[in-house]
Write a protein that binds this ligand. Structure first.
Ligand code: M6R
Length: 614
């Protein structure tokens, strides 16, 4: 996590860095800092908390006539979120600074050795070790010192380095943490950043650094080299299709609300061009697997974290039902620590908005190493997972800034349904008739979501009057909607800090039902599907124990109104697509509750959007 930005070029550097950091704040907001070089001297401003705190103290520095500098927004790993621990970190002389995203695993022993050699440390961070290590190895040649230092380091890093001895140059380097370079149009300078949104106001031409590469950035050049050999690496420039406005709030109070309302478009963008609207036949050449490889698949692992893991749980139902392939779903941080029976007949699919989540990345690396095929479903173009997988199915949700995943999740579901159809069709398990039915249902779901959104937002903001101050919340669902109960609970807890749990409705009586009394709100997903009667029985069990029920069910189902007044009706759609539809009220409930409680909806405490540490 953490976000880093660097710039060398004709613009004044501080506004460029602040603008970039603002777009990276989703990566962490425990502290922020900026450094720039002016008249041969480095000036550093750092402070605890959000970027707005830094902006408040930076004042006149914004006008500093400096054209080279670095910035950082932190998600604390080593050391408390204090000003002293805020980046950039300096060497003893104060002539060299480093910003860093990642973890230096052997920092402790390096720190002790450096201290023994007389280096003075001023923070508790692992990063500061890098500044002193480079200082220790610096004998006039900064590149050589950085290469030597990084060779001594274990762990993950994306770094930016600035030294008064090379006043026109920034050095960037990466290993296992994301870093992208921006090539300014019309001699507008060179940029580095942890993620694309930071570059969008300035350039759309980017170069993705790979592991063990470094870059030398000056106002007029951006060259990449191997950290191992020191030799120049020819890199492709990728032009990004996102624009800067896509990463703005566009009049919405929060990014999360804007992104919830962007979901119909996210579905359409993910689906269109990949499916024939008449026949429902899907074309996904980007999956990177030939027909004989697809037909040879005996098992699928779906590997993901958090909300993306919930998408995987839904996809298990779909793939097993329509493609006839056994699926195992793994939380990525667990996947790599068990005995994996993977061979060339096993397909591992990672699901990730960012494509940088450390645990998921480690999972696909392991699957590849064991000889399996790897495909990733990912939103961020050029991210590490997309470069390491054999194939990538992009979701086209656009940049997601709110820490809570919303449109990324919905577009993951759309992509996974497409993938299901593709697998079923290629393996001749899915009939033409079924393909047509499911394909049309998928294409139509965007419009249904579009239609329900405005009314649902209003209804939710009224409904939560009686619920927003609760201490706990339960969500229950069954079958393909069980993962949506998990997702609803995650959304609520991460942005409102209310304790919430999701359960398979039938599992309540095996323990959790003991929690139910007249204080306990329970949101139950009860669409009229194959397990409807079963869920209704579970709901009656909750009612009998005086639980405060909110029911989300199918339009026209009058029975629900006899159970509780708090019913939200959704249109009937193909029952296998209910997870897409039933997610929307759960998201809006979490949003309305968090906003009413005055929580920081887009940047909840302790979280970061992109979890690049294990
Ligand atoms: O970028 P990824 O999809 O790999 O991220 C996975 C999780 O960190 C993410 O979904 C997280 O759970 C969100 N905060 C949920 O809203």
């Amino acid at each position: 996590m953490c976000g880093i930005v660097g710039y060398a070029g004709p613009r004044r550097v501080v506004p460029v860095i602040l603008e970039g950091l603002r777009r990276l704040e989703y990566r962490g907001y425990d502290s922020a800092g900026v450094v720039y070089l002016q008249d041969g001297k480095l000036t550093k401003h750092r402070c605890q908390g959000k970027l707005s705190n830094l902006e408040a103290i930076i004042d006149e520095a914004i006008l500093a006539p400096s054209h080279i500098g670095l910035g950082h927004t932190r998600w604390a790993t080593h050391g408390a979120p204090t000003t002293e621990n805020a980046h950039p970190h300096s060497d003893c002389s104060g002539d060299l600074v480093v910003v860093h995203n990642g973890i230096i695993e052997n920092y402790h022993s390096l720190r002790e050795e450096l201290k023994a050699r007389g280096h003075r440390f001023t923070s508790e961070t692992d990063t500061e070790v890098l500044a002193h290590l480079i200082e220790e190895n610096l004998q006039g040649d900064l590149v050589a010192a950085i290469r030597k230092s990084l060779d001594m380091v274990e762990g993950s890093y994306a770094i930016g380095v600035l030294w008064t001895g090379m006043p026109d140059t920034l050095i960037a380097a990466r290993n296992q943490s994301p870093l992208v370079l921006g090539v300014g149009e019309n001699q507008q300078g060179s940029f580095m950043a942890s993620d694309i949104p930071a570059l969008l106001p300035f350039t759309k031409d980017v170069i993705f650094l790979d592991d063990r590469e470094f870059a030398v950035l000056t106002a007029g050049d951006c060259s990449v080299y191997s950290l191992v050999s020191g030799e120049k690496v020819e890199k492709n420039i990728t032009t990004i299709v996102w624009n800067a406005a896509m990463a703005e709030k566009a009049g919405y109070k929060h990014f999360m609300l804007k992104e919830i309302f962007e979901q119909p478009q996210a579905i359409t963008n993910t689906v269109s061009g990949r499916i024939d609207p008449e026949s429902g036949q899907v074309d996904l050449p980007e999956i990177g697997l030939a027909d004989h490889e697809l037909n040879a698949i005996e098992r699928i692992f779906l590997v993901a974290c958090g909300t993306s893991w919930h998408a995987a749980l839904v996809a298990k139902y779909w793939i097993e039902k329509y493609a006839g392939i056994p699926v195992e779903v793994d939380i990525a941080s667990e996947f790599r620590y068990r005995t994996l029976l993977i061979n060339e007949k096993v397909l591992t699919i990672s699901i990730s908005q960012s494509g940088e989540t450390a645990d998921t990345l480690a999972g696909i690396r392991l699957a590849k190493k064991l000889g399996g095929k790897v495909v990733t479903i990912c939103n961020v173009v050029g991210s590490t997972m997309t470069r390491e997988a054999h194939g990538t199915v992009y979701t086209h949700a656009g940049p997601e800034i709110g820490v809570a995943s919303t449109k990324a999740f919905i577009s993951q579901l759309a992509a996974l349904f497409l993938l299901t159809l593709y697998l079923g069709q290629r393996r001749h398990v899915l009939s033409n008739e079924k393909s047509r039915e499911l394909g049309r249902a998928l294409i139509g779901i965007a419009e249904v979501v579009q239609d329900i959104l405005p009314g649902l937002e209003t209804r939710m903001s009224q409904l939560i009057d009686g619920f927003f101050s609760c201490r706990d919340f339960l969500f229950v669902g069954r079958g393909v909607n069980f993962p949506i109960a998990l997702e609803g609970a995650l959304k609520l807890k991460e942005i409102s800090y209310i304790h919430a749990e999701g359960y398979a409705a039938g599992e309540l009586k095996h323990g959790p039902i003991a929690l139910i009394d007249k204080e306990m709100p329970v949101l139950a997903l009860v669409p009229q599907d194959a397990v409807y009667q079963k869920v209704i029985s579970n709901v009656e069990e909750i009612k009998a124990r005086q639980g405060r029920l909110i029911l989300i069910g199918t339009e026209g189902d009058g029975h629900l109104k006899t159970i509780t007044d708090d019913v939200i009706y959704l249109p009937a759609v193909h029952e296998d697509l209910n997870p897409i539809l039933y997610t929307i009220p759960a998201q809006l409930l979490a949003y309305a509750v968090a906003a009413r409680r005055g929580c920081d909806v887009d940047q909840p405490r302790n979280l970061a959007k992109s979890v690049t540490v294990e």
